[in-house]
Design a protein around this ligand. Sequence first.
Ligand code: NAD
Length: 485
Amino acid sequence: MQKRDQFYINGKWVQPSGSKTIEVFNASTEEVMATIPEGDDNDADAAVAAARAAFDAWSATTPAQRADYLRKIHEGLKARSDELAQIIAGEVGMPLKLAAAIQVGSPVANFGYYAKMVTGFEWEETAGNSRVLREPVGVVVAITPWNYPLHQIAAKVAAAMAAGCTIVLKPSEVAPLNAFVLAEVIDAAGVPPGVFNLVTGLGPGIGEALVRHPDVDMVSFTGSTRAGKRISEVAAATVKRVALELGGKSASVILEDADLASAVKGTVNACFLNSGQTCSAHTRMLVPESRYEEAARIAAEVAKGFTVGDPFGGSAKLGPLVSAAQRERVQNYIRKGMEEGAELLCGGPDAPAGLDRGYYVQPTVFGRVKPDSTIAQEEIFGPVLSIITYKDEDEAVRIANNTLYGLAGGVWAGSDERAQQVARRLRTGQVDINGGTFNLFAPFGGYKQSGRGREMGPYGLEEFLEYKSLQFKPNAPALTAKAPY
Ligand code: NAD
């Protein structure tokens, strides 16, 4: 049992202002695996003051200096990869091997990526008689969820540090332990005090205190649409910039001429990754009416192949859900699907056989789901796939676009060309063409209520930058000069 009882503020491990703590549960044993401090308004003030004080010097560093620190963090995280995979498999419940590859591999790579790209980025350009500079937005508060905890932290922290911003991170209280390791790595990398600060606690408590804070310039949030709306409201009082990565209800559109077996298998995989606790999960599978029976049979078969079990056991493809609350929420959605008359093709609301300890649920597939029903509209965040039929391509596009969300999706067709034509009609931030895989350098973010702004790659760096334009008299030498670094 770990006990984390300090925050990382201004380059030091410090005592929290109060004495309240939060328990962190192991997803597969339901036992308390750690406690963390529950921060309050005083802790928020201290962390923001440190970030504010560090900003002038950090924002004046050269991209090459920031690249050095990012490279050291990349190396430090890499050296602690095994430990991080163990921690995340414990707190989130993703099978260890997958957790090592995805939950740890991606954030390690992301710090390395920003270390490289920050020196090649166009920080200045000339537009007419103006020299346009890109400058860091200022003090950034990063608030993150539990499902890919370190990946989501890295997407914000690496990019914001690269931009020259200083940061206060408030990770999810459900899976916070990985963030403490990151703080240790950042400390060991010798990053100047105050550039990165870590506090923990509850959203409505220290979370809102940070969002409300007048010395914070930007909030970068990943989490539920519900919390994203509340954060936007609170941040509006001080006109802060707010970037939001929220929920999704993404569609995988399988066209008539697609290779059905690959398309269905690919869709089930894209739905069930991390036990369905993936914001970009393909949770609605759209198939032509004429191919429904075959698609339903293949989907149930593939779903049954997802062995559920201990994330540390070696053979499980699906671990438990993250928490008791999440398990209950998913089981309720499965019951709702049955009540609303969808065909239960496999799975169901009961715990999988032999797994009565741990937050496990059965991989579940519903057929003949009505496009307007609850399970086709609301984000479930569990291993639950809804199969919906359509008559023609126009109807498929209409159904795919008919949710409040627009985060991701997929199109499967006989050719990439045909798939791309349909992909261009989808109102969503990312579309995988015939099983195209996740790309760390592509912009990630949503249309509609899936959010505002983009993370990852150069697009993610731009989120943390302001434009400043300097007007000169025509032909002034500064208009053709090189940037000073
Ligand atoms: P959540 O919204 O409950 O919590 C996310 C974070 O926000 C936590 O750190 C929490 O403490 C904090 N928070 C909650 N209310 C707050 C408030 N009023 N003020 C300030 N901070 C607050 O979400 P969760 O349950 O941790 O994560 C699951 C959700 O996140 C899902 O809806 C999922 O789709 C979404 N998500 C989206 C993306 C994306 O990139 N689009 C990625 C992962 C998760």
